[in-house]
Design a protein around this ligand. Structure first.
Ligand code: NAD
Ligand code: 89Y
Length: 343
């Protein structure tokens, strides 16, 4: 597949700007049409990225345009209908997280794209961040031996509500929005999860959902992880949007510390590596970490389409991450340990 891959973007909101910039960085991919039911947002993105084909309705866009894939950048309530629409049109799909509001919806979406014989991938981009990817690769290549403990920690007081107001008003907040990424990274490093227990808190009285979550995982391997997330942590330096890691393996340890500093210690000695993300010309600190990972994950999607490969963060793979999110809410609600496999 040497020709240009033609994409249509659905949802022209806060994060879509990063996705549009990201596609501009990927060779032989072009977003030829965009869609948003909000005319102001459609105009803003259309003018900024010089896209002439603009639609208020996704079905109309898919009927009128000749596309290879759609990139769905809307919030979760619309994901299932849009993925199924794209599947009916025989298109490849890349969809934002959280993939769906329920496991049932997520399974139906996977089935729809599979039946169409197309590629389905989720924007699960944290595991593509430079620092987290370096840590994943180090563990996968045996630098610290078999890992038996992981702490994956995201603690911040950054104001995410002004850019994403729905985070303050949705019933679910930090696990569904942010913990989902940290759980996914933990899966990528430590393998599949056997049991999960979680406690959640709301510290900020002005929001509806939980802004603190502490999750204990046991893995099929016998290892244990702690995933802790907070948007109520007032500290300096403010580390948004860094996920910090502490991993103990049978022959060494790995730390990903604030400031993108990766330390790997083993019998062979100690390596301290700068894994800071690059700052693309269009990127903005402190978001550059996430912005770089958007380019990387979108490039992976395009590579998979061209090479006929299943993406690492495929829709099917993401069912396992989504099950951890559901398990965490269920565990917190019922104060019991959950086996995500059963969800
Ligand atoms: P947003 O509300 O700013 O933008 C969503 C846009 O989609 C809106 O303009 C809305 O009008 C449009 N829309 C909704 N349903 C539509 C439909 N059926 N047809 C056409 N347009 C429709 O939301 P956002 O903050 O940009 O977030 C979008 C998604 O990106 C969310 O799921 C969020 O969790 C995710 N996100 C991911 C990351 C990441 O790092 N992966 C970071 C931030 C946000
Ligand atoms: O929506 C979230 C995400 O996916 O990354 C950070 C974020 O923008 C706010 O928590």
């Amino acid at each position: 597949m040497n020709e240009v891959l033609k994409g249509g973007l659905i949802g022209c909101g806060f994060f879509a700007v990063n996705q549009m910039h990201g596609w501009q960085e990927v060779d032989r991919v072009e977003i030829v049409a965009i869609c948003d039911r909000d005319p102001a947002r459609l105009t803003e993105i259309g003018d900024r990225f010089d896209v002439a084909a603009r639609y208020a309705d996704a079905a109309e866009m898919l009927a009128a345009e000749k596309l290879d894939f759609v990139d769905i950048a809307t919030t979760v309530p619309s994901h299932r209908a849009l993925v199924e629409l794209a599947a009916r049109q025989g298109l490849h799909v890349i969809c934002q997280k959280p993939l769906a509001e329920t496991m049932q919806d997520a399974r139906a979406m996977n089935a729809a794209v599979e039946e169409a014989g197309r590629v389905f991938m989720v924007h699960e981009n944290f595991r593509w961040q430079s620092g987290l990817r370096a840590a994943i690769d180090a563990v996968r290549t045996g630098k610290i031996g078999s890992p038996f403990f992981c702490r994956a920690s995201f603690r911040s007081g950054y104001d995410v509500y002004s850019g994403q107001p729905y985070l303050a008003t949705d019933e679910r907040f930090i696990i569904q929005d942010l913990g989902i990424h940290v759980l996914d990274v933990t899966r990528a490093i430590m393998g599949e999860v056997r049991t999960l227990s979680a406690s959640i808190q709301r510290v900020n009285p002005k929001i509806r959902g939980e802004d603190v979550a502490t999750i204990l995982l046991t893995h099929d391997s016998g290892a244990t992880s702690v995933v802790d997330c907070s948007y109520a942590t007032r500290r300096q330096p403010e580390t948004f949007p860094e996920t910090l890691l502490e991993i103990d393996g049978e022959t060494g340890t790995l730390r990903l510390d604030a400031g993108y500093r990766l330390t790997i210690q083993s019998a062979g000695g100690k390596d301290v590596i700068d894994v800071a993300p690059r700052l693309d010309p269009w990127a903005e600190k402190p978001w550059h970490n996430i912005q770089e990972s958007v380019v990387t994950i979108q490039r992976h999607f395009a590579d998979c389409l061209r090479q006929g490969r299943i993406p690492e963060t495929s829709g099917a793979d993401n069912l396992r991450t989504l099950a951890l999110v559901e398990a965490a809410y269920l565990s917190a609600a019922e104060a019991r340990t959950i086996t995500p496999e059963e969800l």
